[in-house]
Structure formats: structure tokens, C-alpha cells
Design a protein around this ligand. Structure first.
Ligand SMILES: [Ca+2]
Ligand SMILES: [Ca+2]
Ligand SMILES: [Ca+2]
Length: 428
């Protein structure tokens, strides 16, 4: 038994030392935490019931907790599992890849939507005509509908941005309600456009820029100014769990997924990663799948092979998870992008992508963080025209309709995203 406990400890990553650490404890159904001595232990602090619909999750911090107490907790039949809290981050590339604010932004700068080979979005390598997501082809059939709700789980979104504002989700009960009151009774006070789990308040304003950039790729307005999103009509729900420094923790990632499920989103867009395998995060994403929600995830920017590695959440083998790699304007894999013949489902534009950033500005950023929202937007178009697809059916269609190219065949189960083929179910 003792060996088993040691093995469990290694698997969950819970430290054997009595050092301060944060834990996620999942209790079995119907167990009352108050009845457990562990939660009364003076070395166990900041006990927080995450109050999620898919299980009994608690976050605690421990300081000076004995190894015996931890072993007792893991062995307690009322406990499903215990694991160390993880830290997740946006995956920024070096700052030299981040260009300054762009003036006079126009559609012609958006090579990811329409690659002419002459767009201004390229650096180092030239672009190649047609190496894009075929957005114009898709828009002949649909450019989205406000019935599709998409959660941008990130650093928040500047919901006042002139190129996003009309596509932001609005919680009518809160916008017409009273300040300081949870008007719709969903458990969150003043959540007009979403929620901020990093700061535990109803204002998911983006203080970093990353989340606003991802939101613009999905759903910037098709008006006469700025950029265009993959979707012209959509409702974007801003869910912030990554701080303005770009990092966040397990408990807030789990709470974000719960919020998005409750809000009834169709898709969650996730341009973040890090940490080790987490059963708690996997369970949360499984709950999203059970609610019929697609979970798009950036494959990661470590140039590594996800078939051998463990880039989470992209690597969770669940029916609703779509792992997205990044392609450059040449049609080749972006040098930084993770890849995986078995584990990365598709590639999309991610090098030198222009999009929205806070305060009505625009910037070019690179990363699988930028590629993932292209796929999110394309899946939004797909659901606009075929709303009854399950997450697994939608992912199978995404893979089957991708354009298989010589550049990408080593790196993914499919090829390059083509939104028009996706909507029309055009297969080779
Ligand atoms: Ca509320
Ligand atoms: Ca309110
Ligand atoms: Ca625009």
C-alpha cells in the first residue's frame, strides 16, 4: 500500500515535502468537505469550493502540512484525487517578433484570410498566393450568425474595441440590472460581457492584449475599418483567467470552463497551455464535451513533437479537443510551432497575424495562439450552417476537408484549414 501511495504521489505531482503548495482536491459525489478533518487542519488554508456542475472540486493552499496528512487525504475513500495546482500561460514569442502598433489597417494585410503573396503581413519569408483559410470562399455561404456563442478563455477582451464591440456577448439581465447584484442569479456579480477569474470580478477587460488579439481573429466586425474576423456575426464571451502578466492557475481554468458551459457557448477558444497532465482540467474539458461544446486549443510554440511530448490542454485525448498548429504565409509550418502526425489535428495561419489589441489598436503577433482562433472562427462558420453537429463530428469534418499539402503532411493528422471546404463538406 505504501508503494502505491508513493506511485500516486508521483503521478499527481503532489510534493512529498512539507513545502507550501496549492492543491486541487476532487471529492466523490455527495461528500461534505466540512465532515473531513483534512479541511480543518491548521496547515490547510484558503479552502475554496470551486462550485462547478461537473463535480466537487476544492482548491486549498497548504503550508507545513505533514506527509502523513497528505497520504491520508490521498487514501481517503471520500477523495477521488488530489493534484498539484498548475500554472498556465499564454505562449508569447520573443518580443522581437512583436511588431509595433499598425496604422491604417486593412483587409489586404490579412494574409490568413486571403493570401495574395503580396500582403504586408510577411516577414523573413514571402507569402504564397492561396496559402490561406479561403475565407472569401466560405463567406459566399455564411459569415456567421449571432446565434453562435464563443468563449475566448484568455487574458480578457477589450469589449469596447470599435472593431469588436457589436460582436460582444451581452448578459441582458446584468446590463439592465443593479451594480453589485447578481441580477441573473448565475453566481457571478455584474458579468455583463463575461467574467474575470484572475481578479474575481465581473469585468474581464484585457490588460495584456493577447485575448483581444485572439477575439479579433475570430470575430472582428466586417465594417469599413480595421480588420475582418473569420466570422462577421458571432457573440464573443470574454472569460479572463490569465492575469495581465499572462498567467493563471488550475482553479481559475476550471472555473472558466464551468462559466462557459453555464453561458451555453458553442465553442471555447484556448490559446494557452503549460503544466503537466491534470485530471481536473481533463475532467472539465470532458464536461464541456458532454455539453456539446468544441474545445479548440493551441498546440504550443516549443517547436516540439506533441506525439512524444505533453502539451496541455491541446494533448488531452477527448472528442471535443482540437489541437491547432501554426502555418506561415509560405504554407510551411511556422518554425516555432509544435506539431504531431497523430496529435495535431490541423494547421492554420499563425505567423505575422494582424488583429485587434486594446484601446482601438492593432498589432501583428505570431504563435499557435493566433492559429487556434482561426480554427475557432471556422468552426463557428460550420456550426452557423450545420448547427446539429456534435464536437466529434465537427472535428472529423475539419480533418477530412483540410487541404493536404506536402509542406504539412509530416506535421498533422490532416493539413491546412480551408473554411469553404469545411462548410461544404468537400473531401478529396
Ligand atoms: Ca450574474
Ligand atoms: Ca449586476
Ligand atoms: Ca473591421
Amino acid at each position: 500500500m505504501k508503494n502505491l501511495l508513493v506511485a500516486m504521489t508521483l503521478i499527481t505531482g503532489v510534493s512529498t515535502a512539507a513545502a507550501p503548495q496549492k492543491l486541487i482536491v476532487k471529492l466523490k459525489e455527495g461528500v461534505n468537505a466540512k465532515s473531513m478533518s483534512f479541511f480543518q487542519n491548521k496547515s490547510v488554508n484558503n479552502v475554496r469550493d470551486l462550485k462547478v456542475s461537473f463535480g466537487s472540486f476544492y482548491s486549498v493552499t497548504t503550508d507545513g502540512l505533514s506527509q502523513k496528512s497528505l497520504s491520508d487525504l490521498e487514501a481517503d475513500p471520500r477523495v477521488e484525487y488530489v493534484e498539484k495546482s498548475q500554472t498556465y500561460t499564454i505562449s508569447p514569442l520573443s518580443s522581437t517578433d512583436v511588431e509595433e502598433t499598425i496604422q491604417d489597417v486593412k483587409f489586404e494585410d490579412q494574409w490568413g484570410l486571403k493570401n495574395t503573396g503580396k500582403n504586408s503581413g510577411f516577414w523573413i519569408f514571402r507569402g504564397k498566393e492561396g496559402q490561406d483559410i479561403n475565407a472569401e470562399g466560405a463567406w459566399k455561404f455564411t459569415s456567421g450568425t449571432e446565434d453562435i456563442k464563443i468563449a475566448v478563455i484568455d487574458t480578457g477582451v477589450d469589449y469596447n474595441h470599435e472593431d469588436l464591440k457589436e460582436n460582444m456577448w451581452i448578459n441582458e439581465a446584468e446590463v439592465n440590472g443593479e451594480e453589485g447584484v447578481d441580477d441573473d442569479g448565475n453566481g457571478y456579480v455584474d458579468d455583463v460581457h463575461g467574467y474575470d477569474f484572475a481578479n474575481k470580478d465581473g469585468d474581464p477587460m484585457d490588460g495584456q492584449g493577447h485575448g483581444t488579439h485572439c477575439a479579433g481573429v475570430i470575430g472582428a466586425l466586417h465594417n469599413s475599418s480595421g480588420i475582418r474576423g473569420v466570422m462577421s456575426d458571432v457573440k464573443l464571451v470574454a472569460i479572463k483567467f490569465l492575469s495581465d502578466a499572462g498567467s493563471g492557475e488550475s482553479e481559475d481554468a476550471i472555473a472558466s470552463i464551468e462559466y462557459a458551459i453555464k453561458a451555453g457557448v458553442n465553442i471555447m477558444s484556448n490559446s494557452w497551455g503549460g503544466g503537466n497532465f491534470s485530471q481536473a482540467l481533463k475532467d472539465s474539458i470532458q464536461a464541456a464535451n458532454d455539453a456539446g461544446i468544441i474545445f479548440v486549443a493551441a498546440a504550443g510554440n516549443a517547436r516540439s513533437n506533441n506525439d512524444k511530448g505533453s502539451s496541455y490542454p491541446a494533448n488531452y485525448k477527448l472528442d471535443n479537443v482540437i489541437s491547432v498548429g501554426s502555418m506561415a504565409g509560405s504554407g510551411k509550418k511556422s518554425s516555432f510551432s509544435n506539431h504531431g502526425k497523430k496529435s495535431v489535428h490541423i494547421f492554420a495561419p499563425g505567423s505575422g497575424i494582424i488583429s485587434t489589441v486594446p484601446k482601438n489598436k492593432y498589432k501583428k503577433l505570431s504563435g499557435t495562439s493566433m492559429a487556434a482562433p482561426f480554427v475557432t472562427g471556422a468552426m463557428g462558420l460550420l456550426l452557423s450552417s450545420s448547427p446539429d453537429l456534435t464536437p466529434l463530428e465537427a472535428r472529423e469534418r475539419l480533418e477530412a476537408t483540410a487541404v493536404r499539402t506536402k509542406h504539412l503532411k509530416k506535421y498533422t493528422t490532416s493539413g491546412r484549414l480551408d473554411a469553404a471546404r469545411l462548410i461544404n463538406d468537400e473531401r478529396d
